[in-house]
Design a protein around this ligand. Structure first.
Ligand code: PXL
Length: 287
């Protein structure tokens, strides 16, 4: 037997500046002791959140030949984790990847939008097909905007009751994933929470977030990356959610204290160390 770190194929874009997608996924998952093999869907000069005219090079013709190469090498991946896609065809390429590694953990972050709006790179057709990927996943991590898009419902601008968010989680579970985590949910009890659902157990979870009056790009990618790293290294779903929420709180509060430009993302460099510590995590609750 050859021991080695667990391995994740990460199918996401590489945004050079602004601390999102592969720029944060690689350091987060690596720091958690898991190898990340980036499979870039596109290369961008920055993320698309307000930094002007982005230079984008689409890599749609890259993913399939890269998968073929990995198969020829006989490489195993214990997890396939997909996110931002820059074309509709990439849905098929991700499906090929998931099927090629069928026994592995499949995590789909259906990156489509935020704050009730679609990202400008994510057109109607791509939004329509993201559900197919979600249907093949073990774990999905939409934010509330993406959850609404997946369910074809209007974005809920008002805080949600526990019954409403449980119903949203259950409907997302009906799309196929075993475990569903929805991030950034305003609840009617005046809290903001990350919420989760384990379909087989019929269990609903919440981890409350500390409110900070700013929003940074890339936080969804960081959340999902800590979740992936946690689950792969033995966390239960609620513990992994707690780990991801606590880490983001640290990164966000650190960054906010400096008054840094929010478009530059969170100061991950100052927080990564926390992921190597043996933290006691008891912050999750039943929902
Ligand atoms: O964090 C999600 C994301 C990923 N990739 C690109 C983005 C964004 C969010 O704005 O612009 C290119």
């Amino acid at each position: 037997m050859q021991n080695r770190p667990l391995r994740v194929a990460a199918i996401h874009d590489l945004s050079g500046f602004g601390r999102c997608s592969l720029s944060v996924i690689l350091p987060v998952i690596s720091t958690m002791g898991v190898q990340v093999c980036p499979v870039p869907t596109a290369v961008l000069s920055t993320h698309t959140g307000g930094l002007g005219d982005v230079v984008l090079r689409d890599l749609t013709d890259y993913i399939s030949p890269a998968l073929d190469h990995y198969q020829r090498l006989g490489l195993d991946f214990e997890c396939v984790y997909s996110g931002f896609l820059s074309s509709v065809e990439q849905v098929d390429h991700c499906l090929d990847f998931l099927r090629a590694y069928q026994g592995s953990l499949s995590v789909v972050d259906p990156v489509m939008g935020d704050h009730g709006k679609a990202y400008r790179t994510c057109g109607v057709e791509l939004r329509g097909r993201m559900g197919e990927l979600v249907g093949e996943a073990n774990i999905i991590t939409p934010n509330l905007t993406e959850a609404a898009m997946l369910l074809g419902m209007d974005y809920p601008h008002e805080p949600l009751t526990v019954a409403q968010i449980r119903s949203i989680l259950a409907k997302l579970g009906e799309l196929g994933p075993d475990q569903t985590v929805v991030t950034g949910v305003n609840l009617a009890d005046d809290t903001m929470a990350n919420v989760g659902y384990d379909r087989a157990r019929g269990a609903y979870w919440r981890v409350n977030c500390t409110y900070v009056p700013v929003s940074y790009p890339g936080t969804g990618d960081i959340f999902a990356s800590v979740l992936v790293g946690g689950i792969l290294t033995g966390d239960s779903l609620p513990i992994a959610m707690d780990r991801a929420t606590k880490f983001l709180e640290l990164a966000i509060k650190t960054t906010y204290s400096y008054g840094a430009d929010t478009r530059y993302g969170v100061m991950l460099e100052k927080s990564l160390r926390w992921l190597t510590e043996d933290n006691i995590l008891t912050g999750y609750q039943s929902l």
